[in-house]
Ligand binder design. Structure first.
Ligand SMILES: [Ca+2]
Ligand SMILES: [Ca+2]
Length: 92
């Protein structure tokens, strides 16, 4: 099975829909230390829960960090996360 960007987004969308009632809930769930930011490690966890293959998890997490983290501080804030969801077309 090929892991395209679309397939990964579809899996994440499915996870969001099945497990959380809104994006904020997902964000807070993966923000384990509650500092209001997601790290690359948090994204890896998200990808694990979205059943994305372990082989590409690190790569995809890196890609997500780079595209979500618009101010390039190495963290994804709630504002950046929200914006990324809007742009990617992932619905709650
Ligand atoms: Ca955090
Ligand atoms: Ca940031």
């Amino acid at each position: 099975m090929a892991w395209t960007k679309e397939k990964i987004l579809t899996n994440i969308e499915k996870l969001m829909r099945s497990k959380f009632s809104e994006p904020r809930e997902a964000f807070d769930y993966f923000d384990e230390d509650n500092d209001g930011n997601l790290t690359k490690i948090d994204f890896k966890k998200m990808l694990k829960e979205a059943d994305v293959s372990l082989l590409i998890r690190g790569l995809v997490a890196e890609f997500m960090m780079q595209s979500f983290d618009t101010n390039k501080n190495g963290l994804v804030s709630w504002e950046e996360f929200q914006e990324a969801i809007k742009v990617s077309g992932i619905k709650k």
